[in-house]
Ligand binder design. Structure first.
Ligand SMILES: Nc1ncnc2c1ncn2[C@@H]1O[C@H](COP(=O)(O)OP(=O)(O)OP(=O)(O)O)[C@@H](O)[C@H]1O
Ligand SMILES: [Mg+2]
Length: 512
């Protein structure tokens, strides 16, 4: 059995011989004879030659777009060619942190699928056309050729190629540098997203954490499920809780878990609903769209009600808007709750690909229930003050300790005191390189918790005193009123002693 290399060498010399004869033939025989001979040779050749060849060009279409298939094949082959090809090309990935090797031009690698062997050959066409330009242009058009036995036609054209494209795309997603987009007006600008937060380092109850991770992973693998139930492949998360409890950190952990980009949408910078629509349509697949502090971003609670009233006197509103603009006060966003809701329900659902939308807020009760109902915000996650379970994660993370004699004391204190994970974490940061850093940090935390407990006690006592004072004042006021009413009724009573009505009036007032 010949190896592929040998097969190609033999084929090469055979082709060279044929080419020579063909050139002679072209010179001495008339055109008609040549074309008919060409046809028959081709037929004969395909009868004997048992291989099928498919060519994938780098550029396709009229506008010479880079072919998606070519890119997917390139990535797919790069992942398994480095072991086989003798000539490789090197490139850097992920902010120059890792090296990617791919096969060089005119190299050949073999691949196997369900026990069937196929060969990939890389090559390039160099265009002879001369063009003059100020900018250097590349005339090289690269391609990949796939060679396989004609008996395997169905397997290769169907399952094998879709396997190659799927794998290629998956590797691209894995290797890509993720981005953090922010909007300034109606444009997104981005930086490389390199937040180190992960679910492992996030301090929260492990059971709830597991539930969230499972939910996210299930969502990211559920393309077919969403298609089956006829829903857009989207999921809404509402993260709520006091400041410093890890809402923003969780968004970063989500992006790192699913390898998504983040689109951090600043609603106050968005002029109106049209601009909002434009921005959201521009978001890419595999991304998280975050609106932080949604309660502060807009007067979302009021605007929907206002909107209904708006219908009645639209003209008035238009005049008012114009006036505002004229006065240069139109800086505030005019994005409305209904605009946001319409987008979440309608337009956004039409965008292809998976997306998560996350709202964060400190005051969940301030939000319009329409905004956070299930279906829009599918999962509500409360991030709360640090509990002992969260503390253990932080202690392991920051100090590498899983048990300590101060843990019991800290557990009891955390049950009594509301301290955010951000404050706990601050106390666990090693601030010097002394040997007993762990003891120092934990003692510091105990001290901080005791201070917070004392402060809470003083505050509660003050509030109680304030309440008592208020109650007393109210009581005094009520008594004064009673006396006043009694005095008036007495005065009236002396005037109309006979009627006796005022006496009962005074009694009624008193009862009140
Ligand atoms: N649950 C947590 N686990 C680990 N670290 C946390 C946690 N919560 C807060 N932190 C730490 O505290 C800092 C602030 O947290 P983060 O910004 O996520 O809070 P937030 O809930 O978004 O607050 P805000 O409501 O003010 O936006 C982060 O740098 C993070 O390291
Ligand atoms: Mg935050």
């Amino acid at each position: 059995m010949l190896s592929t290399g040998e097969m190609f060498t033999q084929m090469g010399s055979l082709i060279a011989g044929i080419m020579f004869i063909w050139a002679m033939f072209q010179q001495y025989f008339p055109y008609e004879l040549r074309t008919s001979l060409e046809k028959y040779t081709h037929k004969l050749f395909s009868l004997v030659y048992p291989y099928i060849q498919i060519k994938f060009n780098e550029f396709t279409g009229e506008r010479l777009m880079r072919s998606e298939a070519f890119s997917a094949i390139e990535t797919y082959l790069a992942s398994n060619s480095s072991m086989q090809a003798k000539k490789l090309k090197a490139d850097t990935l992920k902010n120059s942190q890792s090296l990617a090797l791919s096969m060089d031009d005119n190299e050949e690698v073999a691949d196997e699928f369900n026990g069937v062997k196929v060969w990939w050959v890389s090559g390039k066409n160099v265009s002879k056309a001369q063009s003059f330009s100020f900018y250097p242009t590349s005339d090289e058009k690269r391609y990949y050729k796939l060679l396989f036995h004609k008996k395997q036609r169905e397997l290769i054209i169907g399952p094998y190629l879709s396997h190659v494209f799927k794998e290629g795309k998956a590797i691209t997603v894995k290797n890509r540098q993720r981005k953090l987009y922010t909007n300034s007006g109606s444009h997104w600008s981005h930086v490389v997203f390199e937040h180190p937060a992960t679910f492992q380092t996030l301090g929260m109850d492990p059971v709830r954490k597991r539930e969230i991770v499972d939910d996210l992973v299930r969502f990211s693998n559920a393309q077919d499920y969403y298609a089956k139930i006829g829903r857009a492949w989207k999921r809404g998360y509402l993260l709520y809780g006091p400041p410093g409890t890890g809402k923003s950190t969780m968004v970063a952990a989500m992006a790192n878990l699913l390898e998504y980009d983040i689109f951090d949408l600043e609603l106050t910078a968005v002029k109106d609903n049209t601009e909002l629509r434009k921005l959201l349509i521009e978001t890419s697949s595999k991304s998280i769209i975050v609106i932080e502090d949604i309660d502060c971003s807009l007067d979302l609670t009021g605007q929907r009600k206002k909107k209904r009233k708006e219908d009645e006197d639209e003209d008035k509103e238009a005049v008012a808007k114009k006036l505002m603009k004229d006065e240069g006060e139109a800086k505030t966003s005019k994005v409305t709750l209904s605009g946001l809701l319409n987008f979440i329900d309608g337009l956004w659902s039409a965008c292809r690909g998976e997306r998560l939308i996350v709202f964060t807020t400190n005051y969940v009760e301030k939000l319009d229930p329409a905004l956070i109902r299930r279906g829009r915000m599918d999962k509500h996650v409360e991030l709360s003050y640090c509990c002992f379970e969260s503390f253990k994660v932080l202690a392991k993370n920051y100090l590498d300790v899983e048990a300590h004699c101060l843990f019991d004391k800290i557990r009891l204190l955390l049950e009594e005191v509301n301290m955010s994970p951000a404050d706990v974490a601050e106390n666990l940061m090693v601030k010097s390189s002394i040997e007993d850093a762990v003891d120092g940090c934990l003692e510091g935390l105990v001290g901080a918790l005791e201070t917070a407990k004392e402060e809470a006690r003083v505050k509660a006592a003050e509030e109680e005193a304030e309440n008592a004072k208020r109650l007393l004042a109210e009581q005094v006021k009520a008594e004064e009123k009673v006396e006043e009413v009694a005095a008036v009724s007495q005065e009236n009573g002396t005037k109309n002693e006979s009627s006796g009505e005022n006496g009962s009036l005074a009694k009624e007032e008193l009862a009140k």
